[in-house]
Design a protein around this ligand. Structure first.
Ligand code: ARG
Length: 489
């Protein structure tokens, strides 16, 4: 007979190679806090409904808290023969407290147990990520605020397009991350549904109380269908896709940082502490952080694709394939945490070269639209104004000058509508100032964005503290409110 916890019907022990292949303890051990919290709540429910005695419950709860301490202190010896975190903890509990430990798994299966753990784990990690996103937003907002009036070329097709405020450019990323925050809040809501009580797939013959468990673990909702409860990985997919979008945003920002830090652009200078050098080229200062974040986007989008592929075509209900959900999920969480943390530091540490940006918008044609707008304001149809401005650009290129270098006489040759006020109209400051439409790059518009940003940050802080209050700590999980043991015995 096999001595596995499920070994009753087996005549042989598992092949060692097969066991190594199927065991998940090397990675699912990080679910231990959630596994213990879930088991404590489950044991309390079993006692409350009279399925086990109050005495057994007390032994189970204190045994589990001992194990929690052992794992916290690094004193727990995880065994690969015991496959996963659930069996490792259950076996240690039974060794410690005897028969009562064997009653813990009543009315439960590892299928609903692992789903419960993953939901709780994700809930906790999502809140942490929301905090990190908010901190990066704060870094962007502070930097934008510090350089409120700095003008730089705005690009389309990576060609100089129109002057914009550097703060406007940074605030675009701020609002992008605001949507990421919202998406994570949504992913939290879908993780906040309790699967426990689904059993292996069909529910249980025991008179369990799922509301009680959901209440003690602070779940907002309970899965209405047991087969859905054990096979749903939508919440993980949704999280992974939200995470992939965060990484794509960081990757786009990374590309800009790498460009801006080149000699050719020189718009920013990264802090020495955030760069590395070359082992052969002594002059090098490489923007590794941005490059790596851009590169790590690949693995996160990969994890999303991997889980979509795992779930696609998977019949109900639990299949071992679903164990493949975890490594990608964990790696995504680690990658995001790291990327968001270093990025906030990078943004806070970078120097903005206001002089270079300023020079860039003086020595270019990004004011050509404004030259056309000027003529259009004087009554010329915009299409014609566009053609005049185009001709002016062509002539300037030919002479190796910029639009502001033309004399008024030269401009008048192109259109009699030009007057002395054209120079003021095409200065970078005017180009920016006049784009004061809602959401535009105008000085006042950007001030509004900064104010909206401050408001958003405080709303986000409130959301984070609301969700933080709902976090479960297995060490102090409150089991009050349950009937005394003698009522159930
Ligand atoms: N380690 C498993 C997983 O992550 C736990 C559930 C195992 N269930 C089972 N029927 N073998 O999915």
């Amino acid at each position: 007979m096999s001595d596995a916890l499920w070994g009753g019907r087996f005549t042989k022990t598992t092949d060692e190679m097969v066991n190594d292949f199927q065991a998940s303890i090397s990675f699912d051990r990080r679910l231990y806090r959630e596994d213990i919290a879930g088991s404590i709540a489950h044991a309390a429910m079993l006692a409350k409904t009279g399925i086990i005695t109050g005495e057994d419950r007390d032994a189970i709860v204190s045994g589990l808290r001992d194990i929690l301490g052992q794992i916290d202190r690094g004193e727990f010896d995880f065994s690969v023969t015991l496959e996963d975190i659930h069996l490792n903890i259950e076996k240690r509990l039974t060794d410690a407290i005897g028969a009562a430990g064997g009653r813990l798994h009543t009315a439960r299966s590892r299928n609903d147990q692992v789903a419960l753990d993953t939901h709780m784990y994700l809930r906790r990690e999502i809140v942490g990520l929301m905090e990190l996103i908010r901190d990066l937003q704060q870094a962007l907002l502070e930097t934008a605020d510090r350089h409120k009036e700095v003008i730089m070329p705005g690009y389309t097709h990576l060609q100089r397009a129109q002057p914009v405020l550097f703060s406007h450019h940074l605030m675009a990323y701020f609002f992008m991350l605001g949507r990421d925050f919202e998406r994570l809040e949504g992913a939290y809501r879908r993780a906040d549904i309790m699967p426990l009580g689904a059993g292996a797939l069909a529910g249980t013959t025991f008179p369990i109380d799922r509301e009680y468990v959901a209440g003690s673990l602070n779940f907002d909702r309970i899965y209405a269908n047991s087969m859905d409860a054990v096979s749903d990985r939508d919440y993980a997919l949704e999280f992974l896709s939200a995470a992939a979008i965060v990484m794509v945003h960081l990757s786009r920002l990374s590309e800009e940082i790498c460009l801006w830090a080149t000699k050719e652009f020189s718009f920013i200078e990264l802090d020495d502490a955030h760069c590395t050098g070359s082992s052969i080229m002594p002059q090098k200062k490489n923007p590794d952080v941005s490059e790596l974040v851009r590169g790590k986007t690949g693995r996160v989008t990969g994890h999303l694709m991997a889980l979509l592929t795992v779930v696609k075509g998977l019949p109900l209900a639990y299949n071992k394939d679903l164990q493949e959900d975890k490594e990608g999920l964990f790696d995504t969480i680690d990658t995001l945490k790291f990327s968001l943390t270093v990025y906030a530091a990078l943004i806070r540490g970078m120097k903005v070269r206001e002089d270079v940006m300023k020079r860039a918008v003086t020595e270019d044609f990004s004011n050509a639209t404004d030259l056309a707008d000027y003529l259009a304001r004087k009554g010329l149809p915009f299409r014609q104004a566009h053609a005049v401005a185009g001709a002016a650009v062509a002539r300037a290129i030919e002479r190796g000058v910029y639009l502001a270098d033309f004399t008024l006489e030269e401009l008048k040759e192109l259109s009699p509508l030009f007057a002395e006020d054209i120079y003021e109209a095409i200065s970078p400051e005017t180009c920016v100032r006049l784009r004061n439409s809602l959401g535009g790059t105008g000085y006042d518009s950007v001030k509004r964005q900064l104010a909206d940003g401050v408001k958003l940050l405080s709303e986000e802080a409130a959301a984070i503290s609301r969700l933080s209050l709902r976090q479960i700590d297995p060490a102090t999980l409150d089991l009050n409110g349950q009937p005394e043991p003698d009522q159930t015995e």
